[in-house]
Design a protein around this ligand. Structure first.
Ligand SMILES: Cc1ncc(COP(=O)(O)O)c(C=O)c1O
Length: 438
């Protein structure tokens, strides 16, 4: 394997930054413990150069879904640089906030007002706060992942103290006040019966129902409509989390594809191509409750986020980016299926095409997954169990990636036959992160 100063720096990082960095999904242990390059010197399009100038093609998570146009997109960066040259922060407000609000409302005609934040999790916490302020109730029912904040982790304060953390493996609720126990209750996607039962048990205490409109599975017939009805019947605010699904299946929220008219929708990640930005959009009557509580932060007013979002959304519309993401993701999923069949490696494929993933079945699944990342890295690809499509991914990249995947799967199949898999792996086996509920 090539020289890798990043792996050394990662070891140092873990001594002075608890966990090594600020995001579970970008920890080296999630990809290739001891050997992942960990740090980048430069990223452009889908090309990445590590600290030793090793060059890779990124066929993995593209900044964990934050860059659907590709890294350092020229159109977005030109707009951002102009904003920087004219001052990104000021005593006065950034007028791009208004342009962006009008744009988001035009894309989502059911919505009338907009607030901003900079990250997905904090934007979801704002949405929950608005819902609680609006309904003057406390409980929320949710499915899926929505961030790190207390309202969400409270779900892991299971009834029995010994069960702390069992609900979502790996997400420990230490530090979350036990007084929040019972305020956040999970249900499974496509199981409206579970939501119905929660609503009944809460006896009128539900302030909000939260879910991603789509993630791994298509909504089953009538599911989203049933959720909407349960929200209405219980006077609960319906919040759709579009932090990951938004702007990938269409320019705007995926809920629009299903005719869903929520009370609030939350966007982040894909809306601004790598620059921190998040939006909470909603019906005026509900959004006005933001005035009854205190929701305010200095850096929610800087100008780069809304400028980047406007340029990003404009490019999605001009270049029909969601169509490209769908076709690219579909090609990758089909390629995985074909290569797995040809080589006899047993895999399971999931996710909407722009956010595709596969897992390797069998008792050696995690070992094989780690080995896959190691062997792909040796062939010049950042590759793991997920492939997040971006506009800079072209057919030629998909082709060369699938060719390398085929080669690697053949090696792995031989290793499985010969019982030499363990010897092929140079470091420890990958860690598994949390499991999503959708
Ligand atoms: C659906 C969903 N909601 C919320 C979040 C949290 O967003 P952030 O990491 O920007 O806080 C994520 C992140 O993966 C997500 O996928």
């Amino acid at each position: 394997m090539k020289e890798n100063s990043g792996a050394d720096l990662w070891r140092k990082a873990k001594k002075i930054i608890p966990g090594g960095n600020q995001l579970l999904s970008k920890r080296s242990e999630q990809f290739l413990p001891d050997y992942w390059p960990a740090y980048y010197r430069k990223a452009k399009g889908i090309e990445v150069w590590d600290l030793d100038n090793n060059h890779y093609i990124d066929m993995s998570i593209m900044g964990i879904g934050a860059c659907p146009l590709g890294y350092a997109d020229p159109d977005v960066d030109t707009a951002v640089k102009t904003r920087i040259d004219n001052g990104s922060m000021c005593t006065l407000n950034s007028p791009e906030e208004i342009d962006l609000a009008e744009k988001l409302i035009r894309l989502h005609p059911w919505a009338e007002q907009v607030r901003y934040a900079r990250c997905g999790g904090e934007a979801m916490a704002i949405a929950v706060r608005i819902a609680r302020a609006h309904t003057k109730k406390d409980s929320v029912a949710f499915c899926g992942y929505h961030g790190w904040h207390d309202w969400y982790l409270a779900a892991n304060l299971a009834d029995d103290r010994n069960l702390d953390g069992h609900l979502l493996p790996g997400l420990a609720p230490a530090g979350v006040p036990r007084g929040l126990k019972g305020t956040s209750v999970p249900f499974q996607y496509n199981h409206e019966d579970e939501l119905e039962a929660i609503a009944e048990k809460q006896e009128g205490r539900l302030a909000a129902i939260l879910l991603e409109p789509i993630r791994d599975h298509e909504p089953s017939a009538g599911f989203l409509q049933a959720v909407q009805k349960i929200a209405k019947d219980n006077d609960a605010v319906l919040i759709v989390d579009e932090v990951s699904s938004g702007f990938r299946l269409m320019t705007g929220g995926a809920h629009m594809l299903y005719g869903l008219k929520p009370d609030i929708a939350v966007f982040a990640k894909a809306m601004s191509n790598g620059y921190p930005m998040a939006a909470i959009i909603g019906k005026e009557e509900v959004m006005q409750s933001a005035q009854d509580t205190f929701i305010s932060s200095t850096y929610w007013t800087e100008g780069i986020g809304p400028t980047a979002a406007l340029a990003t959304i404009e490019k999605y519309e001009r270049c029909n980016v969601p169509d490209h993401l769908f076709k690219t993701g579909t090609a990758v999923q089909e390629g995985w299926r074909r290569v797995a069949e040809d080589t006899g490696i047993d895999i399971e494929i999931g996710g909407i095409p722009p956010l595709s993933h596969f897992s390797i079945k069998g008792e050696n699944g995690l070992l094989v997954q780690t080995l896959y990342t190691q062997l792909m890295l040796e062939r010049g690809f950042l590759a793991g169990k997920s492939f997040y499509a971006c506009y800079a991914h072209q057919n030629k990249h998909v082709k060369s990636y699938l060719k390398a995947t085929e080669d690697v799967f053949e090696h792995i199949a031989n290793g499985l036959d010969n019982g030499t898999l363990g010897e092929m792996l140079k470091g420890p086996i990958v860690n598994t992160g949390f499991r999503r509920l959708t």
